[in-house]
Ligand binder design. Sequence first.
Ligand code: TNX
Length: 516
Amino acid sequence: MRVSRLAVALVMALPLVTASTSAGPSPERTPIALTSVLPAVAEATPDPGDDFRITSGTTITGDADIGGQLAAILRPATGFALPISTGPAENSIRLGREPGHGAEGYRLTVRRDGVELLATERAGLFNGVQTLRQLLPAAIEADSPRRAKWIIPGGTINDRPRYAYRGTMLDLARHFHSPGEIRTHIDRIARFKINHLHLHLSDDQGWRIQIDAWPRLTEVGGAPGTGVGGDGGGFLTKQDYRDLVRYAADRNVTIVPEIDMPGHVNAAQTAYPELTCDRVAPRPRTDMRVGYSTLCVREEITYRFVEDVIRELAEMTPGPYLHIGGDESFATPHGSYLAFQRRVLPLVEKYGKIPYGWHEIGQSPAAARSVLQFWGRERNHPSVATAVAAGAKLIMSPANRTYLDMEYDRLTPGGLDWAGAIEVSTAYGWDPATLLPGIPEASILGVEAPLWSETLRTEDDIEFLAFPRLVAIAEIGWSPRATHDWPSFRARLGAYGPRWVRDGLRFHRSPEIPWS
Ligand code: TNX
């Protein structure tokens, strides 16, 4: 019911959105401010006398890979040929490498006679291009050339991330999203320098990734009708998954796969009753309850299953992390939960991956070399603090700040409300470094905004709940704390709105934001 209300509200909102912002910038328009970027850049020194104008004679030089991506953005928008060459050239946008910018940082220098983007790694060049596209007029997103006004504001940007991990999550288990929908989402998140996409691939309702050793997981658990409320169904083949990994990597996004266990396993058990202690297949479940299923911790077959899944998942995942869930295992006795983690956490390392799990895995002493995803609220969590003191790292996903499946307010359609309503200012108004008492900042790898999919079905549903809140989380993760400033953020976000409109993205037009 919530889903259809969401769809209706989106359709009704659309003409309004388009009408208010379709005029486009005038040719006389002054350049966009160097400081207008989302997420905020670390340092910007504007030099208004030194604007650069892209013309029919402009070339792109240096790195052919990211230079090619830049050309693919600029050519259709400007109508200019913008050839890519390797040598130095006047009137060029040059992409080069130099040491000193870290894994993802870059320096962008804009002068009247040329633009230079320098980074140490490919990721830094990619990030610099995301900045550059925001410095060009919003019409860059449209396909009609208006040649006169391709001005890049003069000055210098020095930029690098506060945290190495800036993520979001899609839940494919409650409602499956197709590879095409996932690719579209990757395009949209990468604009804001989000560099990890966590895929929640299994839960009580469905199993969404092919595992060769256990084929019934997807035959049964990925069948039609395995979404919440009996919707949809579907799964990723290994080929789909590998293609997504590559597509994401081109856009500086690392895929983080999750198989949730020992709870949230009803779909696996309907396919393989031998994974239950009584060997009786449970009935398929497409309701929204949690915490009722558990693997049978005392049986060896459980560990053969878990090892096969971890091995096959690790084989197709080049990224460092493998997420093993571990949340809400209310049907697993505490001692059994610890026994399970003692065997399973080392299995992840056996296949060359860093064990990653919801913060409950921190109850296990075996979690000292793991990453914990904190999804609680601001208060003391003794088992999290103990695990961190023993060496575990943290990704911050406080539910009352980062959960993209929470409703914006009482009136917006879609979403749940157990962690409260989350408007943009709530998503923006916190600091990962001070959220939990006694956690040193060096133990925090970054932030992630999960989007659980109980109430969402379509691409529009994803976008409405993710945007604009995900941009607030992206800024929390990327920008230095010194830049944190709500008035500045809301102004920059408001100015970004026309780009989403031109892109056809159905975002929430939050009343907190002064949309252009
Ligand atoms: C809690 S947060 C869950 C999920 C639900 C979500 C809905 C967490 C680790 N588990 O099983 O989908 O709430 O908001």
